[in-house]
Design a protein around this ligand. Sequence first.
Ligand code: SF4
Length: 249
Amino acid sequence: AANLGLINLGAPATPADPARRSRAELEALALEGAALLKDAPAEDIARWAASTFGERFCVTSSMADAVVAHLFSRAAPGVDVVFLDTGLHFPETLKVRDIVARTMDVNVRSIRPRMTVGQQDGEFGPRLFARSPDECCFIRKVEPLERALSDYDSWATGLRRDESPTRANTPVVAFDQKKGKVKVNPIAAWTQSDVDTYIARWNVPVNELFKKGYGSIGCWPCTRRTKAGEDPRAGRWAMFEKTECGLHV
Ligand code: SF4
C-alpha cells in the first residue's frame, strides 16, 4: 500500500526496457564510461558494465584463459559468457570452456557457425583457412559473433594493449560504430604479469597449450608455437599477413 501513490495508469508495466536504448544513448554511455573508468581497476570496470547494461550485457571469451570470465563471475554472477565454437578449436581450449561452465557462476553460451566444417568444405572446398582465412574467419567467427551480440547492447573482451602493436591503443570502454554497441575491455591496461598474478590468486583455469610453447591460441589450423622473443601473437595465421581474425576491427 505504501507504493500506491506510485501507480501510474497508462505507463508501461515494466520500466524503460534497456533493450530499447537508442544508439545515441549507448554512445553517450560509452563516452561517460570511458571518462569515468580510464584509470579504474578492472573490477570497477566490470561492475560498471554489469550494472549499466544488466541483462543486455555479455562477456566474450576465446578460452585461452578464463580471466575475464572469472572477473565477471565475481562482478556479475550468472553473466552470459559467449564462446565462438568454430569447430576447429584445440581440445585444450574446449577443456577450458567446460571447466568454466562447471566451476564459475556464469552462463556459457557456445555459439556455432551456420555451417559445420564439413558443409563449409563442401561449399568452398577443403582447407578454406589455408587459402582464404578472412573468409573462413568470417563464416566461423565474425558472423556468429554478430549473431550472438544481437542479444546485447554491450560486451566485454579480454583484449590487452601489451598483446601486440595492433592492440596498443585499446580503450577501456568505447562505442563500436560498426556494431552499434558498447565494447568494454576491463583488462586493457594489464600486462602479462598482471594476468599471471590474477590467475595465481584466483586459481583461474588456463589453456594447457601455453605450457607447450604457444603464445596465443586460436583455431588449430591457424596457430603455431612461438619462438623465444617472438611477439605472442606471431603464431597466429603465421603463413599470412594476418594478425587479427576480424572480431576486433
Ligand atoms: Fe578459420 Fe583459421 Fe579463422 Fe579459425 S582462425 S576461423 S580456422 S581462418
